[in-house]
Design a protein around this ligand. Structure first.
Ligand SMILES: [Zn+2]
Length: 334
């Protein structure tokens, strides 16, 4: 992109550099690694709305991580688990009508509010909350909510699933998962996105596409999409415990693997069983998935493996090691 530089007094080439910047979030200074557009000749900074927004989002996520605050979509999930509207949930909690709406749209939540939401994530705690507090619901609404709690509690798969996933996939944001707790629904949506878009997709290629999508999204937003950890294996960076996840997705009728033989080689083809549900992915996430798809659509499994072997994150790690999202800064799609 060419721009007019006031310092040089002419139109110049620009480039994006990384630099430490300090943002004030809720009265606290947060250091972030910002991407800044500068004049390639004299280094003068230019304002760039997209980069600036990405840095701000990064700062907000860094603040949330520091204070162990739920992410906006984690709050939405808690609410949706109980089939409540934003306003209905806010009223139940005796908060202002717009409070939940603001939190789900990215406003930083009050710490006491965060604790209550974390507590209510568990259905048994919602039952305690409903029975021990005077809540502003009429009898009919209260019964409906208690029925939902019953269903969630009885749904043993829901409970076992949570325990299993907590064991193998960290729900605590850290550098290894791109500062996002593992999100099975996002993963399913990403897998379905690629599996439906490609006429034929092999498991090995899918794993690379997931890796690029998460890394590129992290590079631009300071958070991954799926919360997966990626590990260095001989054939490239792959999601940690991916076979277990494929097993779960098969049981849930999301996708299944079809094994075929081609010239004596086993091919593991990923077959989608449904479409991506709307709202499963944000616009920004879809935009990154599209870019990754476009970049690699004509690459075979071997080609994309070779390509991913050259990434700094792969070159700098040993076999079996987790590849930190901090290497995402070096990933280039173009
Ligand atoms: Zn200049």
């Amino acid at each position: 992109m060419r721009k007019y530089c006031e310092v040089c007094g002419k139109e110049v080439e620009t480039k994006v550099i990384s630099k430490e910047e300090t943002y004030v979030v809720c009265g606290e200074s947060i250091e972030v690694n910002a991407q800044v557009l500068v004049c390639a000749e004299c280094g003068e900074e230019f304002y760039c709305e997209e980069l600036d927004n990405a840095t701000l989002l990064h700062a907000y996520n860094e603040y949330r991580r520091k204070h162990k605050l739920l992410l906006p979509e984690e709050i939405r999930k808690i609410r949706e688990q109980y089939n409540l509207s934003q306003r209905g949930f806010a009223r139940l909690l005796n908060w202002g009508d717009k409070t939940i709406c603001r939190y789900e749209n990215g406003a930083i939540q009050d710490k006491a509010h965060n604790s209550l939401l974390l507590f209510l994530r568990e259905p048994e705690n919602m039952r305690i909350f409903l029975t021990e507090n005077e809540v502003s619901l009429d009898e009919k609404q209260k019964k409906k909510l208690l029925d939902t709690v019953d269903r969630l509690e009885q749904d043993s798969e829901f409970r076992v699933g949570i325990r299993l996933f907590d064991h193998f996939f960290s729900r605590i944001p850290c550098e290894e998962n791109g500062f996002k707790g593992f999100d099975y629904e996002k993963l399913c949506a990403m897998v379905l996105f690629f599996a439906n878009k490609c006429t034929e997709i092999l498991k090995t290629k899918l794993m690379k596409l997931l890796n690029y999508a998460d890394m590129v999204f992290y590079k631009e937003n300071g958070i991954s999409i799926s919360g997966l950890k990626y590990v260095h294996l001989p054939y490239g960076p792959v999601p940690d415990n991916f076979d277990m996840l494929i097993g779960k997705m098969t049981a849930d009728h999301i996708v299944h693997i079809e094994v075929t033989f081609d010239n004596g080689y086993e091919k593991h083809q990923v077959i989608p069983e449904c479409e991506v549900t709307s709202r499963a992915l944000s616009e920004a996430e879809i935009e990154v998935l599209e870019r990754v798809y476009e970049k690699f659509k004509d690459f075979g499994s071997v080609q994309i493996s070779d390509y991913s072997h050259q990434e700094k994150g792969y070159c700098s790690t040993q076999q079996g090691e987790i590849i930190s999202y901090s290497y995402a800064a070096d990933i280039q799609l173009s």
